[in-house]
Write a protein that binds this ligand. Structure first.
Ligand code: SAH
Length: 368
């Protein structure tokens, strides 16, 4: 039986028409699937009993399930998700309480009733073929791309795992396992499910897709989802250093990546530059100078990126682990100081969820 979960709005309208129903039935189905997360036709009470029975006899609604959940001491919840074919990915739900002034306190999600936000970090592939040396997702075998339904369902499952936080503002970051722009079709189709007001209803400005920077695919993403933020995993200020940690960096050099960013429609120039600090390798003063050179190049073309420095998160399995170590706190602060002093909005992120291997670069979907 055909699984409806993951079908687009247009596909559900077509399906309604194929069944001899008016198009608005397609929209109703869309709402049941993505706004309400409904998987049982018998509970779709705005359909007649005979229509419910007909749908149930011809179709099914199935999305991935949570196989395991690990609660980190700092409020992040890591979900091990089992796909229909038995493959596993991970999703991280990060709750953060908002104080009265509306700022984020960065603490764990509040207990009952308090305003709190949810950030869901979704995976787009099982494993990752790009094999960046610091990233655990690239150290396990790559199996396949996720479908639009498998990506969107991670948000549903994260909301259920963190119901208090899901009542506040919801953000989605495509920063889990995999390279989103090796799966641009699945990613853009999932974005349509998440951003539609009758679907998940998450404003596109609260969604960010992170990529190593595949120039042609950046253009396709920008055309399909013009308001979604784009984060570029840069991690170095020159192509030679970058190519040492990121094999893909030898194929697509920074000028080519920046050109793709410059060609985006002005509406999605909400660009973040991500930079993992690797001790002694890219966190020295001269590395900061190189990065600033690149940031100024971007600024000259009208793009003022937010710079997100990420402390390196170590992992050990699969052996032998990454050939990198975290830098010192002082080096990180000095690096941050240089970037900020040059006028770029920058933050130093100490990842949440390290204790349960839920932090950036630690996802590998291995059952505990
Ligand atoms: N493939 C995409 C999506 C993954 S996002 C991308 O590379 O952008 C995950 C982010 O965490 C990326 O910026 C990635 O470079 C970073 N990361 C990977 N391994 C890490 C580690 N061990 N410690 C900290 N950050 C890491």
């Amino acid at each position: 039986m055909e699984n409806l979960y993951g079908l687009s709005h247009a596909e559900l309208i077509q399906l309604a028409e194929d069944l001899g129903l008016p198009p608005y039935r397609g929209r109703q189905l869309f709402r049941h699937l993505y706004r309400h997360g409904q998987t049982d036709f018998s509970e779709m009470t705005d359909f007649s009993a005979s229509l419910r029975a007909e749908l149930a006899s011809r179709f099914r609604i199935a999305h991935p399930r949570v196989a395991e959940s690990s609660q980190s001491g700092d409020g992040a919840v890591k979900l091990l998700i089992e796909l229909e074919d038995g493959l596993l990915v991970e999703t991280v739900a990060i709750g953060s309480r908002r104080d009265a002034a509306g700022g984020k306190s960065g603490r764990a999600q509040g207990a009952g009733g308090e305003a709190s936000d949810l950030t869901v970090c979704v995976s787009t592939q099982v494993g990752c073929p790009l094999a960046c040396t610091f990233c655990r997702s690239g150290a396990i075998p790559f199996r396949r791309n996720l479908t639009a339904g498998e990506i969107a369902a991670q948000v549903l499952l994260a909301e259920r795992a963190a119901p208090e936080a899901a009542r506040g503002r919801r953000n989605v970051v495509y920063m889990g396992m995999g390279e989103p722009l090796l799966n641009t079709d699945g990613v853009t189709a999932s974005l349509a499910l998440l951003a539609d007001a009758d679907g998940f209803g998450i404003p596109p400005r609260r969604i960010t897709v992170s990529t190593v920077g595949l120039p042609e695919e950046i253009g396709r993403l920008g055309a399909a989802a013009p308001q979604v933020g784009i984060a570029i995993s840069l991690h170095a200020g020159d192509d030679e250093t970058r190519g040492r940690f990121m094999p893909i960096g030898r194929r697509h050099r920074m000028p080519e990546i920046f050109e793709a960013l410059e060609n985006l429609p002005p509406s999605n120039r909400r660009i973040t530059i991500e930079y993992v600090l690797l001790g002694g390798e890219n966190d020295r003063p001269r590395d900061a100078r190189e990065l600033l050179r690149q940031l100024r190049r971007l600024a000259a073309s009208g793009i003022r990126p937010h710079v997100n420095l990420i402390a390196f998160n170590p992992w050990e399995d699969p052996a032998p682990g990454p050939p990198h170590r975290p830098g010192t706190e002082e080096d990180a602060e000095r690096f941050l100081g240089k970037v900020s002093a040059a006028g770029f909005v920058s933050t130093l992120r100490r990842s949440r969820g390290r204790d349960v291997l839920a932090a950036c670069g630690q996802l590998a979907a291995t059952p505990a």
